[in-house]
Each structure stands twice: as C-alpha cells, then as structure tokens.
Design a protein around this ligand. Structure first.
Ligand code: SF4
Length: 457
C-alpha cells in the first residue's frame, strides 16, 4: 500500500493537506436536504460537483440519491448562472414534480457571486414555482469550512422557513445533526418513550434507510414536511444536537421567533445521552419512564462487565467535530484513551474541548482541528495505538499498521449496517461497545499463544 511510505518525521505544513479528513460543503447540504419530505436537492454549479456529491451519498447510504444540477457551461461560468437556475426550477417542477427544491451553491457559483435569494425571488415572480411548492437555498462555498458547514447552512435555511407567529403548539424542535437515518429514528423513539411531541429537522429516516418494497419512489415517505418547518416558530423550544451541525439553525429560531434553544452534544455514549434525556425530561415536564432507565442500566452493565478489556487501550480517532466530542467523552468514560484526535473541519474550540475531555488521561492527547489523515498516520507510526476509529479512508492506515479498525462516521463505503443500527442513545452505546469489544477480543484471539488461547473471555 502507498501509505506504507508515510514518513515518521513530522514537518510543519501550513499550506498543504494530505489525505483530508473532510469533504466539501455541498455534500452536507445535499444530505440535509434529503431530510425534507418530497425534496429534490439542487446543485447550483457544474455537473461534476453534483455527480461527486450524489455518488458519495449513494456509496455511503447504499440508496439511489437523486439530485439536479444547474449544469454550468462556459457561458454560465462567465456571465452567471441565473438563467440556468430559473430554467432548472421550471424543468424540475414540470418533469419530476417534487414538493420542494433545496438549492445549494458550489465553488463556481459562489466565486461568480450568484445570489440565490435574488434568483429564487425572480423565479417566483416569473411564475416558475407552482402554487403550493417551495424553493429555498443555502450558500455552500467549499473553500470555507467542510461538509459539516454545508449541513449546518442548509439546516439554518430550513429554520428560516419558519413563519412569524404568536401561537405555541407545544412541540419541541429537535435538530439531530449529521447522524445516520437510524440514529434519527432512535432519537424519535427516545422522545416518544418520554412523551415529547417533536418536529425533527432534517429527518432522513425512511428516506435513506427505507425498505425494498418493489416499488420505486423518487421521493420516499420520510422527511420533515414544509408545513412542519413553517410551524417551527410555534415550538416551545429547540434542542440542537451538536455545536457545529445544528446550533446555527437553533439560534436563528431563538433570535427571530423567540423559540429558546438548548445546544447539547450529540447523544453518543452514556454521559451525552444522560444529558439529552435530562433535557427532554425537563422540556416535557415528565419523569423518566422505567423503560429508559432499563436501557441505561443495560449499557452500564456491559461497561462494568467488559471494563478489563477496555481499560487503558489507546485509540486514534478522526471525523467530524460534534461526533468526535461525544465519542471522546464516551471512550474516556469507559477508561479507553483517545490519544490522537483529528478533524478536517476548522475550529479552535474543538481542540480546547477535546483537551478538557482528556485532561485526566494517563497519556497526552494530541488533537488537531483542520488536520489531515497523513498527520494522524505519522503520529501512529511514532507511537502505535490499539484501535483506529473513523470512516472508510482509515482502512489503508489500519492495514499498513496492523491495527483493529472500527468504521464509524462518514463516509463508510465498504461496509453495510450503519444506516440500520443506531449508535446514539443507550441502545446505540451497546452497539458501539459490542463493536469495540469484538475488535479488541478478535485481536486477543489472533495474538494469544496456543497455551493461553481461551474459550471463555
Ligand atoms: S470542492 Fe467545489 S468544485 Fe470541488 S466538488 Fe466541491 S463544490 Fe465542486
């Protein structure tokens, strides 16, 4: 493998990224848009961008992802893409009949300076948007931030659909952040167990993890409706899961519509799930049902039963900031040691938070925002770890360094199951532990000499 040649000597690189730990903004915007019912995401730029974003989502979710493009050629690249987008809106509603078109920009349309709000308003004035249909959009320049920023920008654009109101409908807005469709299902299940009536946006459950029914639906049944988004200002509160993915949309609803928001960590692991459940309980004014306490107890039981195999194990982990913060906290809570933590997404606050979460660790934690996988590989070469966690791109490092590898995050292009088995909540914590333990114990079985090879571990 080529990565075998990664040097151990670490040099200071300011203008060179090697093997990025992130991808571009529109992918996040496209994923978020798929969580709106009857929505066709639209990429305002060249065809290549759209093809790349669709294919990455299709490879991860193993579902056909449809999206349209403004299909820029030389003319649009020089004179602007307004004419292309207006024609595209007309064509899409005529041919595919979606309820909603969610437009995101690309590097090219941002560099030209296309103004989505102005173009969409013009399309509306010209009668290109049929009665009862919606077009909205978000700027997603890829030379800023990462796919996480694009997701957040599209979520904020959804929040901006909320209409002014003085009414309250007793519901709670939940912004789940970039998690799997099954994680969104699991969050909804926990809310219903506690008795909280919610509007979740975006909601890709039932869109990207639906059943094979024999009938093709271009617009699957899942997703938040435009009516629900318009009524988001009537909610009694918003719970945003993840500072990077979800907070902007929640804060916008707070400042514009006086819907108070609470920003929490994503509910991966015991402590973050406890905090989420506690806020739900407070919002609902309910006590925690026995069924939720039971699930929590099962997770605590598995942690205490298996602690001996987890204690002190060193982990290298990379991915997106919101997921990493909760996962690092979870790993520390089970006495594992996340010694290397890398995200490609910028954010000094991220490094500070990880340092705080690992302050009690017996080893120093090396953490880098706006980092890359090349650096993580160099750290590993200098001081090996017991487990590597992250998306499918880590398989090259895992193979070259012979490290057990847990696929987690986005994208996972070479395994199945992530769309169906949640890793949030207490049940998700069990699933994560099962996977971590399976890898560590497989390694024990592989490396143990015959005389100590045990049937029972
Ligand atoms: S980085 Fe820019 S040009 Fe490249 S695929 Fe993403 S949006 Fe398109």
């Amino acid at each position: 493998m080529l990565l075998r040649h990664t040097p151990t000597e670490i040099s200071d690189r300011k203008t060179l990224v090697i093997n990025p730990a992130k991808t571009c903004q529109p992918i996040g915007a496209m994923y978020a848009a798929l969580g709106v019912k009857g929505c066709l995401p639209h990429s305002h730029g060249s065809q290549g961008c759209c093809a790349y974003h669709r294919s990455m989502l299709t490879r991860h979710y193993k579902e056909p992802v449809s999206a349209a493009t403004s299909s820029f050629t030389e003319g649009a690249s020089v004179f602007g893409g307004q004419a292309n987008l207006i024609q595209a809106i007309n064509n899409i509603f005529t041919v595919y009949e979606p309820e909603v078109i969610a437009v995101h920009t690309t590097c090219l349309s941002e560099t030209i300076g296309d103004d989505l709000t102005q173009i969409i308003t013009k399309a509306s004035k010209e009668g290109k948007i049929p009665e009862g249909k919606t077009v909205f959009g978000a700027p997603t320049p890829s030379y800023v931030g990462s796919h996480v920023t694009g997701f957040s920008n599209m979520v904020k654009a959804m929040a901006q659909l909320a209409e002014p109101t003085s009414q309250k409908n007793g519901k709670v807005n939940i912004i789940p952040g970039w998690v799997e469709p099954c994680d969104m299902e699991e969050i909804k299940r926990l809310c219903s167990m506690i008795g909280v009536d919610i509007t979740m946006f975006p909601d890709t459950s039932g869109v990207l993890n639906g059943p094979l029914s024999g009938e093709y639906k271009m617009f699957p049944d899942g997703g938040v409706t435009i009516k629900e988004l318009k009524e988001a200002g009537q909610a009694t509160g918003t719970i945003a899961l993840g500072e990077w993915c979800s907070a902007d949309g929640a804060r916008w609803l707070d400042s514009k519509h006086k819907v108070p928001c609470t920003v929490l960590d994503m509910p991966f692991g015991l402590k973050a799930t406890d905090r989420f459940i506690d806020v739900l309980r407070t919002v609902a004014g309910a006590s925690i049902p026995e069924s939720v306490s039971y699930e929590r107890g099962q997770l605590v039981d598995m942690i205490s039963d298996m602690h001996q195999y987890l204690y002190g194990k060193k982990v290298a982990i990379y991915g997106d900031p919101d997921q990493l913060i909760s996962m690092v906290e979870f790993l520390r809570s089970i006495d594992m040691c996340p010694v290397y933590v890398v995200t490609g997404t910028p954010g000094k606050k991220f490094e500070k938070r990880i340092k705080e979460l690992t302050a009690d660790m017996p080893y120093e934690c090396k953490v880098k925002a706006k980092g890359d996988m090349f650096l993580m590989h160099q750290w590993i070469k200098n001081e090996p770890v017991d487990l590597l966690m992250g998306n499918s791109y880590g398989k090259y490092i895992a193979r070259d360094e012979d490290i057990p590898f847990l696929r987690w995050g986005f994208p996972i292009t070479d395994r199945q199951g992530h769309q169906y088995f949640p890793t949030v909540g207490y049940k998700g914590g069990l699933r994560l532990l099962e996977k971590i333990l399976g890898l560590l114990m497989d390694r024990i079985d592989r490396d143990t000499p015959e005389e100590t090879f045990e049937l029972v571990l």
